[in-house]
Design a protein around this ligand. Structure first.
Ligand code: BTN
Length: 339
């Protein structure tokens, strides 16, 4: 009920009577009064004026399941929301739920992860209260080979949410790292449970460095936070909800065709790599008519853009254009992380 009550107070943007609240929520006026007391105790500033009702004047700087849900403008994403002060990994929570018939759209958020996981077996660490850490559970009816594109859909959604909220020049380093001034501020880890031609579920986990005042020295050159780039503390609830609202829309656009055809231009506009030299390391995705060498090797090329299925198109030194697949290779700038 707290979530619905907060939602009604927010929507009204003015006084709302106790009577209207009790009618809308189907509870007594005493119950409303008690909830108001509880909200005030939690730091919400609520005006109560006889004959006019209640008005929400100020929300505390809280990051909680209730606060997030009461401000979330999505239709289906995050309608079911699990918030943890601490968990092992939100991707693991989402996977477990998915393995147990959990519904698509479920959202898992944590303030701290004891075993935060990154790509390629790395760890993802984020101090309590500083970042945005969440995973979404999806059950897309597409072939498993199309699922990696969903990572790009999330990268695009997160980049646009940060750009719109903070007006920072966020870029995407293919396939799914977000950069500001060549340093990473967001990582995405997508994991899938599937059979040869059927997806049981996909989990997309996102970590954003938001209000960290400093970055550990060993990561200082390659990572940053929104606070360090903007000198401002960010309202994490607003930003998280911005990412989720954009992702829900973009996901629906993606599902219309099962590929990135309608999102490709927008993604490429934010793609950091375009026109830049890249070093491609790892086993190549070998396709008919393309190079068949380079297994476990590396080569240098110029990034051109992406395909409708999210592969990076590159031009090699001998003038051939080939497509590389995110699952198989790693792409780096020639002078360090993203130069
Ligand atoms: C990367 O290596 O860049 C991907 C990092 C992904 C981190 C997020 S934080 C939320 C979710 N839970 C995890 O354990 N990992 C992802």
């Amino acid at each position: 009920m707290k979530v619905e009550l907060l939602k009604l107070l927010r929507e009204k943007k003015d006084f709302i009577s106790g009577q209207e609240l009790s009618r809308s929520l189907g509870v007594s006026r005493t119950a409303i009064w008690k909830q108001m007391q509880a909200l005030r105790k939690a730091g919400y500033r609520i005006n109560a004026v006889p004959h006019r009702g209640y008005e929400l004047c100020e929300s505390p700087d809280v990051y909680s399941g209730e606060e997030i849900k009461s401000r979330l403008g999505t239709k289906w994403l995050g309608r079911e929301l699990f918030f943890y002060e601490t968990t092992d990994s939100t991707n693991l929570r989402a996977k477990e739920y998915g393995d147990n018939e959990g519904k698509a759209g479920a959202l898992f958020i944590s303030e701290f992860q004891e075993r935060g996981r990154g790509r390629r077996g790395r760890d993802w660490e984020c101090p309590t209260g500083a970042g945005i850490i969440f995973s979404v559970l999806l059950r897309p009816e597409i072939l498993p080979e199309k699922a990696p594109s969903l990572t790009l859909v999330m990268a695009l959604s997160a980049a646009n949410a940060i750009r719109d909220t903070l007006h920072l020049d966020v870029r995407i380093k293919w396939p799914n790292d977000l950069l500001i001034n060549k340093k990473k501020i967001c990582g995405i880890l997508t994991e899938m449970s599937c059979e040869r031609d059927y997806i049981h579920h996909v989990v997309i986990g996102v970590g954003i460095n938001v209000n960290q005042r400093e970055i550990p020295p060993e990561l200082n050159k390659s990572a940053t936070s929104l606070f360090l780039e903007s000198s401002k503390k960010t309202d994490r609830t607003a930003l998280l909800n911005g990412v989720l609202e954009r992702f829900e829309k973009n996901y629906e656009v993606f599902m219309e065709t099962g590929d990135l055809i309608k999102l490709k231009d927008e993604y490429e506009r934010l793609l950091y790599n375009v026109g830049k030299p890249v070093r491609i390391t790892g086993k190549m995705d070998i396709k008919e008519g393309q190079r068949e060498d380079n297994n476990d090797d590396f080569f240098e090329a110029e990034a051109l853009g992406i395909t409708n299925t999210g592969e990076l198109m590159v031009r090699t030194s001998d003038g051939n254009t080939i497509n590389v697949n995110a699952g198989e290779v790693s792409v780096r700038g020639l002078e360090g992380y993203a130069s």
